[in-house]
Design a protein around this ligand. Sequence first.
Ligand SMILES: [Zn+2]
Length: 86
Amino acid sequence: MYDYGQCDICNTLMTEVVIRQDFWIKNKLVVIENIPAGVCPQCGEKIVNADVGKQIARILKDKNRISKAPTIPVPIVHYEEKVMAF
Ligand SMILES: [Zn+2]
């Protein structure tokens, strides 16, 4: 287990969890699942260690792997000043 130390923002001890994170690569949204990360139980700040960061960069450059990955539809909503209240 990696020691993530304390949160940079609120100094709470980080907890190791597995996260799902989204990345924008040239107008394309890519989601990576199963990333080992440190998460602050207090404020929600997320960090990954240097090795994990490098591996994420490698995965994001792997066009072949990305093109073969399953996709999910996501809603795209326009920002509006007046949102209808329900
Ligand atoms: Zn924190």
